[in-house]
Write a protein that binds this ligand. Structure first.
Ligand code: FES
Length: 114
């Protein structure tokens, strides 16, 4: 099994992220969103690439997270943009969120560092 702590950092315990819930953590100075989707954990960047909306305050619907600020949508299993910000005139193109590797061992959730 090896020592996962060399590249994976413990960021939370599973009791902190129940099924259907999400949690914001900080990993090496970056905000990361952990999502528990029916027992499988995913982690993507938490800061919206549009204007920095806090995705942990957004709406989770299945595999889709909606930014609380201008409603851009991201796929939490890939970090990819599903639809951009809903603004009245301009429709800016935004970047995908970074996707992080997640591992669960016992009660602990680990995320892979870069
Ligand atoms: S800050 Fe997220 S859509 Fe604008």
């Amino acid at each position: 099994m090896g020592d996962v702590s060399l590249v994976f950092v413990k960021v939370a315990e599973i009791s902190e992220v129940p099924a259907g819930k999400m949690k914001k953590i900080t990993l090496e100075g970056k905000d990361v969103l952990i999502v528990n989707l029916n027992g499988t954990y995913y982690a993507i960047g938490n800061k919206c690439p549009h204007r920095g909306g806090d995705l942990s305050k957004g709406t989770l619907d299945g595999t889709q997270i909606t930014c609380p600020r201008h409603k851009a949508k991201f796929d939490i299993t890939s970090g990819k943009v599903i639809s951009g910000p809903k603004l009245p005139i301009v429709r800016p193109t935004i970047n995908d969120e970074p996707l992080y590797d997640v591992k669960v061992e016992g009660n602990d959730i680990f995320i892979k560092t870069s």
